[in-house]
Each structure stands twice: as structure tokens, then as C-alpha cells.
Design a protein. Sequence first.
Length: 291
Amino acid sequence: MQKKNLFLIDGTYYLYNSYYIFPLLKNNTGEPTGAIFGIINMIYNLINTFNPKHLAVIFDHKNKSFRNKLFKKYKSNRLPMPKNLIKQIKPVKKIIKYMGIKSICISGVEADDVIGTIAKNYTKKKNNKVFIKTNDQDMIQLITKNIKILTKKNEILDKNIILKKYGISPKFKNDHIALSGDKTDNIPGISGIGKITANKLIQIFGNIENIYQNINKINIISIRKKKEIIDKLKKNKKKILFYKSLATIRTNIKLNINDNDLCIKNKKINKLRKIFKYYQLNKFLPYLKKY
């Protein structure tokens, strides 16, 4: 059976990233183009490096997800999207469409959950592999034998690399967040249980459920402030399990997407040329012949 690699791009991450890297870029009519340039440049770089046949870009929807309804403070520390970035979303999606690439944005569902679901479904078929293009640390939990993370520098992160770097298996990332918190998503974790303590507990016991099953064994392991940790775990069990639920990427979202939707197809070269010229993205004009 032929091996098929699917590349999933975290579009929201790269929109923001590009916007802040190229804040001053504009076309001759004064329209901002930094986010457009950055994300399209990244996509062409990925195509040039990996020559994918299956590729999709996934964006967060402007509507709130179920996590916001469950926890009002979820991501409440984030500033509203800048107006000059909002203006660039439609052109970005239009260009991606003209490139023959599927873009996905689902109301009430975060991009992470869409990516997680597509990745899981795609790798159910033998020999299929998924590469998730992101620098979002939450996505680490999705890593398996056939699902890997592709960083900004196109470094491939697999299970062994994560184990070496963080000391815990990727599948325990949500457990780690539940205990130590995540400032980016405004998940507080438990005060007094930092990253080092969370790492130690997970290294010895595994997931949170197993930590609670073995809570009395914490007394005999090499860890500081054992009694305080046990007390915090007992008093905050409900919170910790709730935070884990918030931090867990869903992989069972109902999606009307098949493998054919994820193929690069139906490129609109003339429309790309026109829109590149309008936004003065002249760097990409030679790519129209190459790709």
C-alpha cells in the first residue's frame, strides 16, 4: 500500500505569528499584507521542502468553543484580534483556495480539535502519516507513531524527541497542563504544583487518574514537600480533572471531510497571479510556474 503523508497547518497560529513578524508590510493602497505574506510564504516553503500531495490549513472560528462555555476564564487573558489582522483573513483564505488547498474553519470548534480529529481519522489507514505544522505546545499530546509535529523551522518532533526534551511522554501533556497550568490558554493549574513537580509525578505514576490511584505512594518517592503535594491533590481533585478535560484535544469531532478533500487540486493560477499583484506579493509570482 502506498504511503500517504498529510500535512495539517495550524492556520491561526501562523496568522498571528506572521502579523507580528511583518507588522509594517502594506501594498500601494495602504492595505496591510504582513499576515498574508507570512503565512503564504510558510506554505510555499513547506511545499518546496516536502512536496505534499495532501495538505489543509485549519483556522479557529470567531465564535467561542465549548471550553469557553465551561470555563469563562479560558483564554480570557488574550487581547482581541487586531483590526489590521482581521482585514487579512479573507485574502489569506482566498489565496489558499486558489492554491488548491483546503482551508477549514468550524463554528464552535477550536482548530486544535479539528486538527486532532483529522489526524486521528487519517492515520487509521495503514501507512498514513500526519505532520502538524505548529509551534503550539498543546499539540504535543497528539504525537503518536504516525502523527508528528513540524515546527516553524521544519524540525520534526516525535515521541522520542519529546521524551528527551521534556522528560514525559507526549500523551501526558494534558495531564501536565492540568497540574501546572497553561498561561497561554489561561488554565491556572494548582498553586504550588509547578512544572518540575508535575513532571516528577507523571514520570513515576503516569496520568492523573493513576496518580490518584497511587496517591499514598507519594510518601515514599523522592520528591520535596510530599505532605503538601498530597494535600493539594486531595483538595483539588475536581479542579484538576476539570482542567485536564479543558486541556485535552478532542479527536472525535463530527467532520464532513474525506481524504479527497485534503488533496491539493484545482489550482487557479490566473487568479493567484492577479491577487499576488494586487497585494504586491511579487516574491510568489515565480512560484506559479514552479508549483
